[in-house]
Design a protein around this ligand. Structure first.
Ligand code: 3PG
Length: 402
């Protein structure tokens, strides 16, 4: 992979594709992780004397110039995090962007406006890609979390300029490689979430790669129901029973162990602090819902995890947003953190809910790697080739060395 190690950046205009799509509520950034993870690449490029031209999408303005979705405030936050001023330009191509780039000194950082204000961004319009390319000498993609999108600033422009992976991209790809492509075995995965139907490709790909699949969340209800367990009023997908059985057969044939809940925390309402009952899965009351896996299942999962050398985690085990249904996710997260800290487990987690759940459990700093990606992490778990990464790889063979 060509990285910043291969780029002689001094004096070069570098178009840096970042993912500044950070969560914002009431105009406040609620989680600056993506900004912080980007700093090493910007700092390195600036220190080497590059002119750093940052481009990113923000949210989904669908090709319209939506003032509330300007990258301006996020550019300010980036400047604060860098501890130095960055110039914000209210367009990402055209005369304003060109003028700002022309007046840059080596080591300067400019942030351009939301790329999705142009419909050509999501259409991967070659004209827009050309306009991005015209601003710079080379392209650095540090937006692993947007690499599943074949957009003008993630894919199109990589065809036109000598292209390199940024430090965050490199770190993400190395971590994912350690987790699934070349893991220390045995390797297991925890997959949670509500629906099998949205994670079919992911489960299908994981079955090929892991030795153990631990299933939690409402998805587990469907697997149990498919085995004839009466799950009461629990969320489940009745039309996925055949699929669930086929997955279990395939896992069995491949020697991949499937771990399902043996007990559950149940309630008649999905609300905070409702009366709950812990029951074996064979005795779910007809009027109740399974909202978390139970303590026996936590013990079982912890025993199983202790046999692994590598663990990939996507999706919480229960409805963790509401107490007390966060108990199992918290307990398993703490055990994963303990084993990771002890150096006996490599743990990699990703996907929006998973990161929130690990943060909620207070173990964020005790996981070997937490991906900054949501959808891209899922597509990678599905075994898909991400267009943003493919473009980087292809271009390596074609681009002239810089
Ligand atoms: C993300 O937050 O997952 C990325 O920034 C991609 O955003 P998108 O789903 O709007 O393409």
């Amino acid at each position: 992979f060509k990285t910043l190690d291969h780029l002689d950046a001094a004096g070069k205009k570098v178009l840096l594709r970042a993912d500044l799509n950070v969560p914002v509520r009431d105009r406040q950034i609620t989680d600056a992780t993506r900004i912080l993870r980007l700093l090493p690449t910007i700092q390195e490029l600036a220190q080497k004397g590059a002119k750093v031209i940052v481009v990113s999408h923000f949210d989904r303005p669908r090709g319209q110039r939506v003032p509330a979705l300007s990258l301006g405030p996020i550019a300010d936050a980036l400047g604060d995090a860098l501890g130095r001023p960055v110039t914000f330009v209210d367009d990402c191509i055209g005369p304003a962007a060109q003028k700002a780039v022309d007046s840059m000194q080596n080591g300067d950082v400019v942030v351009l406006e939301n790329t999705r204000f142009y419909p050509g961004e999501e259409q991967n319009d070659p004209e827009l890609a050309k306009a991005f390319a015209a601003l710079a000498d080379c392209y650095v993609n540090d937006a692993f979390s947007a690499a599943h999108r074949a957009h003008a600033s993630t894919e199109g422009v990589a065809r036109l300029l000598p292209s390199f992976a940024g430090r965050l991209m490199e770190t993400e790809l190395n971590a994912l490689n350690i987790a699934l492509e070349n893991p220390e075995r045995p390797v297991g995965a925890i997959v949670g979430g509500s629906k099998i139907s949205t994670k079919l490709d992911l489960i299908g790909n994981l079955l090929e790669k892991v030795d153990m699949l631990i299933i939690g969340g409402a998805m587990a209800n469907t697997f149990l129901a498919a085995q004839g367990v009466d799950v009461g009023r629990s969320l489940q997908e009745a039309d996925m029973h055949d699929t669930a059985r086929a997955i279990m057969t395939k896992a069995h044939d491949r020697g991949c162990e499937i771990v399902l809940p043996v007990d559950a925390v149940t309630a008649t309402d999905f609300q905070a602090d409702v009366p709950t009952r812990i029951v074996p899965v064979s005795a779910i009351p007809a009027d109740a819902m399974m909202l978390d896996v139970g303590p026996e299942t936590v013990k079982l999962i912890c025993t199983k995890i202790a046999t692994l050398k590598t663990l990939v985690w996507n999706g919480p085990l229960g409805a963790f947003e509401i107490t007390p249904f966060d108990a199992a996710t918290n307990a398993v997260a703490r055990e994963v953190a303990r084993l990771t800290d002890a150096g006996v487990l490599k743990s990699v987690a990703g996907g929006g809910d998973t990161v929130s759940a690990l943060r909620h459990a207070g173990v964020e700093g005790h996981i070997s790697y937490i991906s900054s990606a949501g959808g891209a992490f899922l597509e990678w778990l599905e075994g898909k080739t991400l267009p943003g990464i493919m473009a980087l790889e292809n271009i390596f063979e074609r681009a002239l060395p810089i």
